[in-house]
Design a protein around this ligand. Structure first.
Ligand code: PLP
Length: 366
């Protein structure tokens, strides 16, 4: 039996070359490891077409650590952050601002409605004290896609700064710093680049990182310090997750060899289509309208049967080799299934067969 396929939004199924890159030990100050760090930072900037305008600051920890670092560094204590919320990760960004004591306000839309660009323009026009706007590009709690280009235009036109949580979209959906103005873009190693968990990174506009000195609420999460130290020494400020960085480097190499972002998006779209077609055929219903559903993670309504129990359904599918993800909505009973990871249509069709079998065996559809 092969190990289960993770149909989750990260950690996800990684390629063998990514896993085997972790079989060596690295000295954190050794020049061979510094070369890996430099290459990872350079390649990440390249993926965002941001080499001329931004810097890439990696940070130990999960994605949330990097979001918290970005808010704490880039929103000054006398700034004000407007957060566009339509799911759990937007709410988490608001909670971060609250914990850090940064002035903030929230504009919330329903979890099946993209952020409202016209309302955003009106809010910015009415409140001159807003300095930054926080956006979740793909809100992973449903997989809804927010209109990044239109939002970035409104924010730039209003003379404010944009902070993008692109955790679950970076590498798969196009984000071009030559066309979209942003102060910070945040992502992590274990999503669409298909590395293993353990580091996040923030792509920060050059004048913004320079201006952020002294803003940080935290020593360990000070991106300005991390950046300065890295520029000076080539090293991470504190112990780096060496194996994670080496695996991330291998994953980025594979990403580039596959054809970069357009190729990754094409594979994920194909995965997404295979899942939607297959599961719809079984009688399951997609939660979001297809036009606003990103090909990253899909939310499906739970089977409409009194026999349905997520834990039992999950265990049934797991026994056949696939790991699903619980829903994250309060208003509807749902489950989620990821399109991302080192998997393609073949695994998606196998997953559909496994789900079909569990639906039959557990009598989940009328
Ligand atoms: C995964 C994710 C995060 C970070 O989550 P961690 O569990 O801390 O890695 C943040 N925002 C979004 C949109 C995500 O998908």
């Amino acid at each position: 039996m092969r190990e289960p396929i993770l149909l989750t939004p990260g950690p996800l199924t990684t390629a063998t070359a990514t896993k085997t890159a972790m079989l060596a030990d690295w000295g954190s100050w050794d020049s061979a490891f510094n070369d890996i760090t430099a290459r990872v930072r350079r390649n990440l900037l390249g993926i965002a077409h941001a080499g001329a305008t931004h810097v890439c600051v990696p940070l130990q920890g999960s994605g949330t650590f990097a979001v918290e670092a970005a808010i704490g560094n880039l929103v000054p204590r006398d700034g004000k952050l407007l957060i566009l919320v339509n799911g759990a990760y937007g709410k988490r960004m608001a909670r971060i601002a609250e914990v850090l004591g940064r002035p903030f306000l929230v504009h919330e839309t329903r979890d099946n409605e993209p952020a409202d660009v016209a309302r955003l323009a009106a809010i910015l026009a009415a409140d001159a004290s807003i300095t930054h706007v926080g956006l979740i590009h793909c809100e992973t709690s449903t997989g809804i896609l927010n209109p990044l280009e239109a939002i970035a235009q409104v924010v730039a036109k209003a003379g404010r700064k944009l902070i993008i949580d692109a955790m679950s979209s970076f590498g798969a959906l196009p984000i071009d710093a030559r066309e979209i103005a942003f102060d910070a873009l945040i992502a992590s190693s274990n999503k669409c680049i298909e590395g293993v968990p353990g580091m996040g990174f923030v792509i920060v506009e050059k004048t913004a990182i320079a201006a952020s000195a002294g803003n940080s609420h935290s020593l360990a999460m000070d991106l300005h310090d991390q950046h300065q130290y890295m520029e000076k020494t080539g090293q991470w400020r504190f112990t780096p997750p060496t194996h994670v960085v080496a695996a991330f480097d291998a994953a980025i190499t594979r990403f580039i060899e596959e054809g970069g972002q357009p190729a990754r998006l094409a594979r994920y779209r194909d995965n997404c289509d295979a899942l939607i077609d297959g599961l719809t055929e079984l009688g399951l219903k997609l939660y979001l309208p297809r036009a606003i559903q990103a090909p990253i993670i899909l939310t499906f309504h739970a089977p409409a049967s009194p026999n349905y129990d997520f834990q039992r359904f999950y265990q049934g599918v797991r026994a056949l080799g696939f790991i699903l993800y619980p829903g994250k909505l309060t208003e509807a009973d749902t489950f989620r299934i990821g399109c991302i990871g080192a998997v393609d249509r073949a695994e998606m069709l196998q997953a559909v067969s496994a789900i079909a079998r569990v639906i039959r065996e557990q009598h989940l559809l009328a």
